[in-house]
Design a protein around this ligand. Structure first.
Ligand code: ADP
Length: 676
């Protein structure tokens, strides 16, 4: 600090003054040391540069290392060199303005790292106005600069955040407000700083703020609190808030920072997700419903209803081209959202410019306002919508194309408001239209099968009817022949065999006739009162007589059960069950028959221990002409006995069912009310 002393050149100072000076110099020295202040001293005339210890430390020099001015200046950061030179030159050439004060970067001598310093200097001149000394101080600003940079970065982050970031005191007074807050709430920074945060809180939620501040005072955070806040224009918006305490350096809570995120987008995304889920559910439901339908009109209606709902259309229509028996096409249609009369008076949509792309299967047409479409209003006689037509502004039309590529129809939607349909709606409807095509193809196939089936029934009915007469007379002649032949006649056994075969044939024919009668709903029943136990015993006796392989055992639970039923038809059922039991248990001997009564319902069960029926086929054995594949080949039958039996029992308000296990046997049971 010698050099600084020299500045105050006062040659005639007395001893005690020097001492005081020494003391104040020592004080100054201490003060400078405590503030990390460096000093420098330069003599232009000799080129001597003195740096104190702190200066050297700031510049990364050893305490005993000395540098000349050039070397010293070479460690000014290249970007700041020119400014320094300018400032120094200016001070050197300016007696009246002989100071400079610059904040600049340096490149430290030892590790070449960059630091920030503030260099101040004053130039002293001799009597010839030549610069004699440059004296100054150097302050290390590196840390302060870093802190400044850090806080500038933080400020930039806060400012550029998409979330509103607000700080407030513990009394709820707003102290800072970023750009996103301005965007979200509509207030500028100037309008809200110093104002209570309650200006953002809807009246019915003011209590919330108290609770939030209480939590903050306890140094607790509020995380993702979903609520509503109010904007400058009075609009309530959904927000999610995260509020954290702000603490001072001693850890005391002095305020709160609040991040508010506008939840509207999230809410919209949630709503969209929900809509997708609902649409998916609806699509699935539609798919399921229409794939189960085999009736064209039903499919058209279901598809129209569902897609009208999916698109939010005010009304929807499905026009479907159908071919009649003569191969001529006619149009069926289904409507949703509008009564049929609303359409009927206009006739079918024709191949006008607007409908053309749909009926030619060219493309989907979607219009926010069809009345402004260049294709609209060009065709006679209506030139636009006929008078009284439902008001269609938004319009969507999707062609329905069959697998073979032919256009089988079109789906049309309308809404009286503009811009109602979107691409998403197009996709949804196209998806359903594809499903509908498959369902309509199936329905067509089903219709064809139905027709063939009807033809088959017709044939069976006709054939069995035609067969019945010759077989009956054949049986008559054989009976006569049988009676006329003596017991010893060697032809008698042949006649008897022929008679048995003719009887079998006649049973088959009468079964086929029964099927025909059931199909046409003409199976006549004639009810009488009889004893069911007695009937079962008789049938068993008769059947036992025809079989040598099986033993039929009857277990009557009661001696007699009087029922009111068609005796002949019930007998037919019992015979059928017994003969099946024998037929389908070729390797077992026993067949059990149980007859009982329960709550005014008589029950007969026939049990065998034969091949049984697989679970999957148990329901189907009651259908017409159904036979279990593996058995059909080597056991004769037409697959109609159980079908007729079931119908007979149903007609008695009873039920016929089976319990069966493969290779263990089956129990076929029926139950009929004792009184009808
Ligand atoms: P059919 O015996 O003339 O074929 P049914 O209608 O009486 O016609 O029976 C339908 C099918 O059910 C039979 O082909 C057979 O596969 C099966 N079935 C009927 N009864 C039995 C039984 N007791 N055990 C195993 N399978 C049976």
């Amino acid at each position: 600090m010698e050099n600084l002393n020299d500045l105050n050149e006062k040659p005639n100072l007395q001893k005690q003054h020097v001492t005081e000076l020494e003391i104040s110099e020592a004080r100054l020295h201490m003060a400078m040391a405590s503030t990390n202040l460096g000093t420098w001293d330069y003599y232009p005339q000799t080129g001597k540069l003195d740096l104190n210890t702190e200066s050297k430390k700031i510049h990364g020099l050893y305490t005993d290392e000395s540098v000349d001015l050039n070397k010293f200046l070479s460690h000014v950061h290249p970007a700041d060199k020119a400014t320094i030179q300018q400032n120094i030159d200016h001070a050197l050439n300016n007696i009246t303005n002989n100071t400079f004060d610059i904040t600049h970067r340096i490149v430290r001598f030892n590790d070449k790292s960059t630091g920030w310093v503030r260099t101040q200097g004053t130039v002293y001149f001799d009597e010839y106005q030549k610069a004699k000394r440059l004296v100054g101080i150097i302050l290390d600003l590196t840390e302060a600069k870093l802190a400044e940079e850090k806080s500038a970065k933080l400020a930039a982050i806060v400012e550029s955040s998409d979330d509103a970031i607000i700080s407030k005191t513990l009394d709820g007074i707003i102290t800072s407000w970023n750009y996103a807050a301005e965007q979200l709430f509509g207030y500028t920074e100037n309008e809200v700083i110093g104002k209570p945060i309650t200006i953002l809180i809807p009246e019915d939620r003011l209590e919330e703020e108290k609770l939030i501040l209480d939590r903050i005072r306890q140094s607790k955070k509020v995380d993702n609190y979903v609520t509503f806040r109010v904007t400058k224009s009075g609009l309530e918006i959904p927000v999610s808030l995260t509020i954290s305490p702000i603490k001072n350096s001693s850890g005391k809570v002095i305020g709160a920072s609040k991040i508010a995120r506008n939840n509207a987008r999230q809410k919209m995304a949630e709503a969209q997700l929900l809509r997708y889920a609902e649409n998916l559910e609806l699509l699935n439901a539609v798919g399921k419903v229409i794939s189960e339908r085999l009736d064209v009109e039903d499919i058209l209606q279901k598809v129209t209803d569902a897609t009208t709902q999916l698109t939010g259309a005010a009304f929807g229509a499905f026009f479907y081209n159908k071919l009649d028996d003569r191969g001529e096409s006619y149009m069926l249609f289904a409507l949703s959202g509008a009564p049929r009369e609303a359409f009927e008076k206009f006739g079918m949509p024709r191949n006008t410019a607007v409908f053309h792309p749909t009926f030619m299967g060219e493309s989907i047409v979607r219009s926010d306002d069809i009345t402004k479409d260049p294709r609209y209003g060009k065709s006679a006689p209506h030139f636009g919508m006929p008078k009284g037509h439902l008001p269609v502004v938004s319009y969507l039309a999707v062609p329905v194309i069959s697998k073979s590529g032919s256009v089988i129809g079109g789906l049309f939607y309308g809404h009286p408001d503009a811009g109602k349909f979107t691409r998403e709606h197009e996709q949804l409807v196209s998806g359903v239209a594809t499903q509908a095509t498959v369902a309509l193809d199936n329905a067509k196939l089903y219709e064809e099968i139905q027709k063939l089936n009807d033809k088959k029934d017709e044939f069976i009915g006709l054939a069995s009817h035609e067969l019945k007469t010759p077989v009956t007379s054949l049986s008559g002649y054989l009976q006569i022949l049988n009676r006329t032949l003596s017991e010893t006649d060697r032809n008698k056994p042949f006649v008897q065999k022929a008679l048995r075969q003719v009887n079998k044939l006649s049973e088959l024919i009468s079964d086929l006739l029964d099927v025909s009668k059931i199909e046409t709903g003409h199976l006549p029943l004639s009810f009488t009162k009889f004893d069911l136990v007695q009937l079962v015993l008789e049938v068993i006796e008769l059947t036992q007589y025809t079989t040598k392989t099986h033993r039929i055992v009857m277990c009557p639970e009661v001696e007699s059960i009087m029922v009111f039923a068609d005796k002949q038809r019930i007998e037919q059922v019992i015979i059928n069950l017994l003969s099946n039991a024998i037929k389908y248990s070729p390797n077992k001997m026993l067949v059990n028959v149980i007859v009982g009564i329960n709550n005014d319902r008589a029950r007969v069960a026939v049990q065998d221990f034969g091949m049984g029926i697989h679970q999957d086929q148990q329901e189907r054995v009651f259908s017409r002409f159904y036979r279990v594949e593996e058995l059909a080949a080597h056991i004769s039958g037409l697959g109609i006995g159980l079908y007729i039996s079931k119908e007979i029992i149903n007609r008695h308000n009873g039920k016929l069912w089976l319990e069966s296990e493969v290779d263990k046997g089956s129990i076929f049971s029926f139950e009929i009310p004792v009184k009808q």
